[in-house]
Design a protein around this ligand. Structure first.
Ligand code: NAD
Length: 417
């Protein structure tokens, strides 16, 4: 696997789309760099009384269309460039689904499994204290990402509100429903992945009923996508997590696999599997639909030569390197890009923020209906651009739509000073 710098991948994707856009080079250049990046060292007391330090970042990429918006990730592989790239993808993600936000992203370099809950709480609150001057309901609104969830969001909200002496639940999204979270938020990313899969199958005149599906990564995004795509009548034949991949040509019961993972910690060893193999083998299975839902750069140019799926719907952020993207385009594999397919998370985060500001809770049914409308509208805007401009692939089309929206907003409001 080649080491691809995700920030360079982002810039390459923007350049690719820029060729088809009527946006001046200087404006495009401005849209390829973050506006600011906070880099900080957290000093936190451990349970044994010693002090440990942690590197943490928050990148605010672009705020032309609204407050910066994006998750906070806890992972040993977090780097400044990764956070910058992820914050840039958020700009184009919020623009392609046309919600009034810019893009941000944060992360702490940490293996969270190595720490107790009370240590994680102190680490999270230390980060929230550092973030406080930069975030706010109209400034920058963090959310969960890899290895963070409702618990961490509740801690960040509480730290912010305590230090600011206010109640401002909309400062962060992805909270638990009892702390101002939205119904439907936990399932939102997998749900938009399902809508994207349904729409692309429909667009390509393919039948979802009985379609074979492989899902890489069985965390929040992957398992919910698997469950909801299975509910459309598809056959989930392979899934994986960091322990490896499991396979059954007759298909799994996605809920039962999740129950097994809950009990044992991984999908490996599931007794409904007829075969177990490596993650790489899962990515090259001959299936109708492949859903990468783990981490970025899962498929590089070499591996893309062996991808046998007809359609790829990206639940993860940046799972294909730019080389892989070129190879799949050339080989006629249809890819629905991450910025659209996994935009359900940020879209329901937006609904959460709206509900927090209204101090009024929507029903889950309303959340899911509004999400479906936003994702299908975005899908139509992407395919309209793809056809109208004769674009090489759906990713370029999604970037053409979103960059144009960000550039229009910048140009219409003018530059100051
Ligand atoms: P998660 O931590 O819940 O799950 C990640 C899963 O990937 C786990 O099952 C883990 O075991 C698996 N994994 C890790 N390394 C792997 C490997 N090498 N091969 C196979 N599986 C591996 O995280 P998540 O929230 O589901 O996020 C997954 C992806 O989706 C990330 O790229 C994230 O940025 C993206 N995403 C998530 C959300 C959200 O709301 N959760 C929103 C948008 C995008």
């Amino acid at each position: 696997m080649t080491e691809t710098n995700p920030f360079e991948s982002l810039q390459e994707q923007l350049d690719d789309a820029g060729e088809y856009l009527d946006v001046p080079d200087d404006v495009l250049g401005r849209l390829k760099q973050p506006e600011r990046v906070l880099e900080t060292t957290l000093s936190v007391e451990m349970d044994d009384g010693t002090i440990e330090t942690f590197k943490a970042f928050r990148s605010q990429f672009n705020g032309d269309r609204g407050p910066y918006k994006g998750g906070i990730r806890y992972h040993p592989g977090v780097t400044r460039d990764e956070v910058k790239a992820l914050s840039g993808w958020m700009v184009y993600k919020t623009a392609v689904v046309d919600i009034p936000y810019g893009g941000g992203k944060g992360g702490i370099v940490i293996e969270p499994d190595d720490y107790s809950e009370s240590e994680l709480e102190r680490i999270t609150r230390a980060f929230a204290k550092e973030l406080r001057p930069f975030i706010g309901v109209d400034k920058d609104i963090p959310a969960p990402d890899v290895n963070t969830g409702q618990r961490e969001m509740n801690w960040i909200k509480d730290t912010y509100e305590t230090l600011e002496n206010t109640t401002e639940p909309g400062v962060i999204t992805g909270k638990s429903p009892k702390n101002g979270g939205s119904l439907g938020r936990v399932e939102a990313t997998g749900r938009s992945t399902m809508f994207a899969a349904r729409e692309i199958f429909d667009y390509l005149d393919r039948d979802m009923e009985g379609a074979s599906v492989a899902v890489q990564g069985y965390g929040n995004a992957g398992w919910i996508a698997a469950k909801l795509i299975e509910d459309l009548g598809a056959n989930v034949v392979a899934v994986s997590d960091s322990s490896g991949a499991i396979y059954n040509a007759d298909g799994f019961d996605a809920r039962d696999v999740k129950q097994f993972k809950r009990e044992t910690g991984s999908v490996s060893g599931y007794d409904g599997a007829t075969e177990e193999f490596s993650n790489e083998d899962l990515l090259t299975l001959d299936v109708d639909l492949l859903v990468p839902a783990a981490l970025e750069n899962a498929i590089d140019g070499d591996l893309a030569q062996d991808v046998e799926a007809d359609v790829v719907v990206e639940a993860a952020n940046g799972p294909l390197t730019p080389d892989a993207d070129d190879v799949l385009t050339e080989r006629g594999v249809h890819v629905v890009p991450d910025i659209l397919a996994n935009a359900g998370g940020v879209t329901v985060s937006y609904f959460e923020w709206v509900q927090n500001r209204q101090r009024f809770q929507w029903t889950e049914e309303r959340v899911n209906e509004e999400l479906e409308a936003i994702i299908t509208d975005a899908f139509d805007a992407m395919t309209d651009a793809y056809e109208a401009d004769d674009l090489p692939n759906f990713r370029t089309a999604a970037y053409v739509v979103s960059i144009q929206r960000v550039a229009d907003s910048f140009e219409e409001s003018g530059s100051w000073p």
